[in-house]
Design a protein. Sequence first.
Length: 409
Amino acid sequence: MSDKLIYFDNNATTMTAPEAIEAMMPFFSLRYGNPSSMYPFGGEVADEVKKARERVAAMMGCEPREVVFTSCGTESDNTAIWSALRTQPDKRHIVTSRVEHPAIASNVPFLKNLGYRVTEIGVDEKGNLLWEQFIEALTPDTALATFLWANNETGVIFPVEEMAEACAERGIQFHTDAVQVAGKVPMNLSKTKIDMVSISGHKFHAPKGIGALYVRRGMKYVPYLVGGHQENGRRGGTENVPYIIGMGKAAELAMANMDDENTRVRALRDRLEKGLTDSITYTRINGDTLKRVPNTTNISFEYIEGEAILLHLASAGICASSGSACTSGSLEPSHVLRAMGVPFTAAHGSIRLSLSVHNTQEEVDYVIKTFPPIIAKLRAMSPFWKGDGPAEDNSMLTCETGSCQVCGV
């Protein structure tokens, strides 16, 4: 096991910024007052929560009163869904996509069991939304359209502002999960028709356990968590003050680092991508290489399994994640890559590498140097690889037959 640690899995989580930790610390000890209290000791804490809300609103391009603090992106997503359904009980239809994060996708079977109709829109081979299919799915019975702003596996960006416009014209609420966009791409929600937006602090160097939901001023809304009057009655429960403060500081830092994210980090991502595809045969980039967030690449290394790649990378001190759901106990490849039509030979060997402002060129060059011998070693052990290319008989490579030797079944 290497003592080196190179962290290229920032779409999974990010390091909490030292500045955010420093800002949080007083609220664990000296400034522990409840912001809902009437006395000055609590009121001063409430003032700091207000400042944090203003910072998050500035990052999102909205009014502070439109920001509701939650525990995470998943809570924000669920809040958006259930608010839309409860404020429109006569509407029984939801529109989403086939490539959503589990925070949305896992709701689909549950909603169907409750009698709702759910239409899942497809994507093309680059992961772009099928626009005509989306428009055709919108009906007078549609309560909500909910879509990722940027896909968590490929980084591909959906045209959510145009989608929200189409929904607004039809009187349909529109929600987007912007967890992979916040802090990476400029947002100006005040100039859009988007009704609700979910973000999660730990994706942009705030701590885990804090998120936010943008709720457009004036729209119908009911809380998901019912309790006290916190968050102006929109989310019950005592505020997680230290983490709110940390999220506010991280939002401020994200805005300051936005140019770096979209220039230097983008260039590092492109250098990494080119280095790997130039030095390793039978590779492919998954997703639109133009319409994506600046830090993410998803690369398939054909005829081997992603989990094996990750294990070898970990031994070399490199943290990444697999584009295959095999790492979470499933024998099926990523639902995102399947929706894009990526062949099983490639989908099983897909790796997501996601950078942050804390990564360096030296780290990128180390990863480029480390990858080729790992891939060569694994292909040498693969029954579907012979010499310098694929074996002639690869008839067992279709998972749909239930006998795929890539994943061992």
